[in-house]
Design a protein around this ligand. Structure first.
Ligand SMILES: *Cc1c(COP(=O)(O)O)cnc(C)c1O
Length: 463
């Protein structure tokens, strides 16, 4: 073992290798040195466990790998060719140009974020967006926080602590990423009372569960799943009428939060935010970065008296929205105010893209693959916890033949497309690689075409 230790070169010798020297030209000597020291420590631990010492070359390569990892930002742009428009793992909604500009301006300098320019006194960051949200939705008041999960937690904590909240069993759901309705209830110290069955809940189920401890009826959008067949759900209007009769409040976790009618795109109607307000819901909760098409945010709208309670709750500070996203959300909402949402907000523009245009783009992509790629009919999904089961007809570039067996070359191509400078992520179905232009911004087409050409050549060189 001692012998193995003695085979290790000095740190200085590794430092003076020209591959490591490249980093010393770009980064402070101390940070390069500390990476090497760490590497040597780990290596010594390995040797003491009985492993052989690495060669000089292996050591330098490990050092270069670690320096590369450290100096390459982990979070980088990806091209979403999955056809899922609101892909949570790929960052949900891409933003409009105006939104990005507003966010850049808010980051660059100071702002009147919490400063009343008229009086010179302290102001509220919420005033910048409250009237816009009220105007768009018809709600009395509004509050914007970090994300929708935070919004729901804040709402339940402020209004339902140690009280009972009635939820349909079919809606006591898990949205994914750790958001489970029963768990959020527990965190907020509210008691969940589940009523009805998985597939059917009637208004009498809610009514029978009401007692002196009940404070609210909660509806939760089922977001990412759909119960089909024999089902029954209670309409939100019926819920608000029942709540009013018993002096209870109605809470509505809409999840995605849609302002526009989805029917013109051939999609099932998604409940709109405006509809919840006009049905008499007391508080509505939804995300900023799903169908709204803006930056991450949790939006709460509804009765002023209740919104004020949320604003004053200690948790409000812990789920506060930052100035950059506040500016971005306001810019996105302006598109709705101006009636230009479908033209300007990327997710809506993607939904509205005509099939002929998608086919044209798919043909250009396929041409990059010679005779190995072809254009087929397929379906895009909105995703992001909206329109469960709803799809849009699309044109896909398919690579490979449908087969039951895994095709190594297709897996390899998909993997290599994920590992290039700007990764292109598609989906694999029946062992074909499918790429959907609908979820790709048109200005990204040239990157896709270049990537397809290059990776295809590398992978299928021999075939
Ligand atoms: C997406 C979703 C949430 C969580 O929203 P985030 O903005 O991701 O925190 C909560 N409830 C429902 C019904 C959802 O669909």
């Amino acid at each position: 073992m001692d012998n193995e230790f003695r085979k290790l070169p000095s740190v200085d010798k590794v430092l003076s290798d020209k591959r490591v020297k490249l980093f010393q030209e770009r980064y402070p000597h101390d940070s390069v040195l500390s990476v090497l020291r760490r590497l040597f420590e780990d290596t010594k631990v390995n040797i003491s466990k009985g492993n052989p010492a690495p060669s000089f070359n292996e050591l330098v390569e490990s050092a270069v790998n670690q320096l590369n990892t450290l100096s390459t930002p982990g979070l980088r742009p990806v091209i979403n060719a999955t056809g899922v428009l609101l892909h949570t793992n790929l960052g949900r909604a891409p933003l409009s140009r105006e939104t990005i500009e507003a966010m850049a301006i808010a980051s660059r300098g100071y702002s009147n974020l919490e400063f009343d320019l008229e009086s010179g006194n302290r102001g509220s960051r919420q005033v910048h967006i409250e009237s816009l949200l009220s105007h768009l939705t018809g709600a009395e008041s509004a509050l914007v926080v970090n994300n929708n999960a935070g919004a729901v937690l804040l709402g339940l904590s402020a209004l339902a602590r140690r009280k009972e909240v009635i939820v349909s069993r079919g809606q006591a759901v898990e949205i994914g990423g750790g958001f489970r309705v029963p768990d959020v209830m527990r965190q907020s110290n509210a008691k969940l009372v589940e009523v009805g069955t998985t597939n059917c809940t009637y208004i009498k189920d809610y009514e029978q569960a009401i007692n002196e401890h009940t404070v609210a009826l909660l509806r939760v959008h089922s977001s990412n799943f759909k119960v089909v067949g024999f089902t029954s759900e209670v309409d939100i209007q019926e819920m608000t009428l029942l709540a009013a009769k018993h002096n209870l409040i109605t809470l509505d976790d809409l999840g995605s939060g849609c302002f526009l009618d989805t029917a013109p795109f051939g999609l099932a109607p998604e409940p709109t935010v405006q509809n919840s307000i006009s049905a008499g819901v007391d508080l509505v909760f939804f995300s900023g970065d799903k169908l709204v098409g803006g930056p991450q945010a949790g939006i709460i709208i509804g009765r002023k008296e209740l919104v004020d309670k949320l604003k004053k709750h200690p948790l409000a500070r812990t789920v506060r929205i930052d100035k950059v996203r506040l500016a971005g959300l306001a810019a996105t909402l302006m598109h709705y105010l101006k009636g230009e949402a479908i033209q300007k907000i990327p997710v809506w523009r993607m939904m509205a893209t005509p099939l002929a245009e998608l086919e044209q783009r798919a043909n250009l992509w396929a041409a990059a693959l010679g005779n190995k790629g072809r254009v087929i009919d397929g379906e895009s999904m909105v995703g992001g916890g909206s329109l469960p089961g709803g799809t849009l007809p699309t044109k896909l570039v398919a690579i490979g033949e449908p087969s039951k067996k895994k095709t190594p070359l297709i897996q390899q191509l998909a993997a290599s497309l994920r590992q290039i400078e700007t990764p292109v992520v598609g989906r694999i179905s029946e062992n074909m690689l499918l790429l959907d232009p609908r979820s790709v911004l048109p200005e990204e087409d040239k990157i896709v075409i270049k990537a397809l050409k290059e990776q295809f050549k590398i992978i299928f060189r021999e075939g």
